[in-house]
Design a protein around this ligand. Structure first.
Ligand code: ADP
Ligand code: MG
Length: 329
């Protein structure tokens, strides 16, 4: 049984302009100990997907359909009280931008102690503090910094502290939303290495979100590519990188920053993702796709297996074109 099994999840946001279909039928499944990457440009629904799992969606969100089966139980049907016992203890989140996620008025140490005391109220404070110090140590922060405030930390250290905080209650699953995006390349590499080591030492399952594929390349076992609220491709990380089957994934790879060049997402893909208030009838990438063909505009293709364990939602997956298969005859 997978640890997390998201089935046909839909998340809408009510806005004055209309209903935003931010997540539009996403399914994915994560085994225990697996590290999964979720890639896609900004606005594709990655954060919404991740926040739905621990029940942290914004107030204007509704979930009109789908299931989030975690360890055999559907989280969608749980009450807020029940979710509170699951959050941090079983599923924790490393948020995008640690400065906003941390309380500027409290010491870093106390912010790690707090969730421990909240979720395990019988733990003596001294013991919780000792655990917090050990956690800080495991992310490479000296216990001398326990009483520092977040602004006294560098961006990299704050992100390390966020990681320590997310691990405070010994979760089974960690969702990391763009955990290194704001950091410079050297620090990014250190934090990614830290995450990798912690995952293997603690047997954690991790979902790592990034718009930057180079961040996911090394770390992840499996990769999911999202576009316009849907999964367009998933498979083993190496397979998706070597042979992206969806034209969108392939473009995302080309936008891959060179290790010697610009780190930022420079080349990009011309055009913009579609308006999620009125999503396209057919393929979401149609407007921008240089490889579009007959039928793409009107057919909403479901995921199908292009090679063992490799799934893609393009009507004309790239393998067919390059291999002279269906398309080129
Ligand atoms: N609270 C909200 N209210 C209205 N729209 C939202 C809200 N949060 C996200 N969205 C919209 O949902 C879509 C997906 O956003 P998001 O999940 O943040 O994407 P990503 O993390 O991939 O950048 C976007 O169109 C975004 O504008
Ligand atoms: Mg996001």
């Amino acid at each position: 049984m997978p640890l997390l099994d998201v089935r046909n999840l839909r998340v809408d946001f009510r806005t004055v302009a209309g209903i935003v279909h931010a997540v539009d039928g996403v399914s994915l499944s994560l085994e225990k100990g697996e590290i999964m990457g979720i890639a896609g440009e900004s606005g594709c629904g990655k954060t919404t997907m991740a926040l739905a799992v621990p029940g942290l969606l914004a107030r204007n969100a509704t979930v009109p359909g789908g299931q989030i089966i975690f360890d055999g139980e559907d989280l969608i049907s749980k009450s807020e009280d029940e979710m509170r016992t699951i959050r941090w203890r079983r599923v924790s989140v490393i948020f995008q931008g640690s400065m906003n996620a941390m309380n500027p008025l409290k010491t870093v140490g106390s912010q790690i102690v707090e969730p421990i005391l909240l979720h395990e109220p019988r733990t003596p404070r001294r013991e919780a503090e000792a655990r917090a110090e050990k956690l800080l140590d495991s992310v490479g922060i000296s216990k001398k910094r326990f009483s520092n405030y977040p602004h006294e930390f560098s961006g990299g250290m704050r992100q390390r502290a966020m990681i320590a905080m997310s691990l405070a209650c010994g979760p089974d699953l960690v969702l990391a939303d763009e955990p290194v995006t704001a950091l410079d390349v050297m620090i990014q590499a250190q934090i990614l290495e830290l995450i990798k080591v912690l995952c293997s030492e603690l047997g954690l399952s991790l979902i790592m979100i990034s718009h930057d594929l180079s961040v996911l390349a090394e770390l992840c076992d499996t990769l999911v590519v999202m576009y316009a609220g849907r999964v367009v491709e998933h498979g083993r990380s190496a397979d998706v990188f070597r042979e992206p089957a969806h034209p969108y994934s392939a473009r995302l790879m080309n936008a891959f920053p060179d290790i010697y060049g610009e780190r930022v997402f420079t080349s990009g893909i011309p055009g913009y993702p579609p308006n999620l208030i009125a999503p396209p009838v057919g393929c979401g990438f149609y407007e921008r796709c240089p490889e579009r063909l007959a039928g793409c505009e009107s057919t909403r293709q479901e995921l199908s297996e292009t090679s063992p364990g490799h799934w893609c939602s393009c009507l004309y997956p790239r393998r067919d074109k390059e291999g002279g298969g269906i398309i080129n005859g």
